[in-house]
Design a binder for this molecule. Structure first.
Ligand SMILES: C[S@@+](CC[C@H](N)C(=O)[O-])C[C@H]1O[C@@H](n2cnc3c(N)ncnc32)[C@H](O)[C@@H]1O
Length: 358
């Protein structure tokens, strides 16, 4: 029988059982925590070597067959297969390994929900920056780019970084957009302005879900070109346009709902307040602004995906991940009313704060 190890792969980072009497708490959660990068690098290496794509083509493999296919020795081929099976990335029976349904859906290039762009960015870009996390904590400066040379993460136009960053964002945002589209009803709105819309993932997904919606991706000119390509690929160029420009200048007019997805966590409070104030003035009465993010709890105790994304913003930006209370205060000060938080589970957001202009 094919065995699925996904449940065993679930990390138990918190030792919930209180020690009895003089008993020591278990060190196992710390062992898991301190070797978290072993699991990540196993996934990243399997992906980089094309393991999941190979299995998608062949169905199953033995270690011997994989060694030949990947041009590596049998010993590492077997270790890679066992490592991936232990993490729930592969299923195994009788010495043969195959993709789990999740690996088949998300780790095979060309599949509609391909997630490999994010894995590649985490491996090739973020991993090195996180290696200098202590330096970032001491200096309060990013580590993935040089702030003495660039004004922001988005300032560099290195084509390799461009391709990697926006491919990664597209992987992440396609699925986040679907979750947002179910949590918040966009049907009362006709024209969406996706501010810093990146690859256009939100616009593509929301326009698919809401046939009455049209959208504009507003981003830096070289990014708007990337979005135009994705929109054309999706066959939605008649409903989604792109506007090249800086959101620190004027906002385009003519939209009744504004979206900020993973924008505010890039910037400090003063810049975010300025963006919200501009949004308020650009929207008509009856309009709404939606801020989609991994929200940190108001008591700042977690949750881990938001708290760790916040540290990711330390190595990448001048921002951090903010709380619903912080966003609500900024929205209120900008003039928005009836502020609400909707919750959902996406890889790039766990909720959205919405403000209305009456
Ligand atoms: C973290 S990405 C989020 C992309 C997209 N909203 C998403 O969730 O997939 C931040 C985006 O802000 C854009 N951006 C940064 N500075 C900008 C500026 N001054 N004007 C317009 N867009 C900007 C970047 O190019 C990038 O696409």
């Amino acid at each position: 029988m094919i065995k699925n190890h996904a449940a065993a792969a679930k990390l138990q980072l918190v030792n919930s059982a209180a020690p009895q009497g003089d008993a020591m708490p278990s060190p196992l959660p710390l062992m898991q925590l301190s070797t978290g990068f072993w699991a990540f690098k196993t996934l990243a290496a399997g992906h980089e070597l094309g393991l999941f794509a190979h299995l998608s083509r062949t169905g199953t493999t033995t270690a011997d067959e994989l060694a030949v296919a990947l041009g590596i020795d049998r010993r590492p081929a077997e270790m890679l297969l066992t490592g991936c099976a232990s993490l729930g990335l592969l299923e195994t029976a009788g010495g043969r390994f195959r993709n789990t349904p999740a690996s088949e859906a998300y780790l095979v290039p060309g599949k509609p929900h391909y997630f490999g762009g994010w894995i590649e960015m985490a491996d090739k870009r973020l991993y090195a920056g996180w290696g200098k996390l202590t330096e970032a904590l001491r200096s309060n400066r990013p580590t993935t780019w040089n702030p003495d040379v660039q004004a922001s993460l988005f300032d560099g136009e290195d084509p390799k970084m461009l391709a990697l960053f926006w491919e990664a964002m597209h992987s992440l945002s396609t699925m986040t957009a679907r979750a947002l589209g179910q949590a918040f009803d966009f049907s009362p709105y006709k024209r969406l302005l996706d501010i810093g819309g990146g690859s256009g993932a939100f616009d593509i997904e929301l326009c698919r879900d809401y046939p009455g919606l049209r959208a504009s991706v507003f981003d830096l000119p070289h990014v708007a070109d990337i979005a135009a390509g994705k929109i054309a690929e999706a066959g939605l160029s008649d409903r989604i346009d792109t506007i090249g420009g800086s959101f620190f200048c004027e906002f385009p007019a003519g939209h009744d709902v504004h979206l900020f997805s993973m924008i505010m966590h890039d910037w400090d409070e003063a810049k975010n307040r300025a963006l919200l104030s501009k949004s308020y003035h650009a929207l008509p009465a009856g309009g709404a602004v939606v801020i989609s993010e991994l929200l940190v709890d108001d008591d700042k105790s977690g949750p881990a995906p938001a708290a760790l994304m916040s540290l990711n913003m330390l190595i990448e930006t001048e921002g951090r991940n903010y709380t619903p209370a912080e966003y609500a205060a900024w929205l209120r000060d900008a003039g928005f009313v009836d502020i609400e938080t909707v919750r959902f589970d996406g890889p790039g957001a766990n909720g959205a704060i919405i403000g209305f202009k009456r």
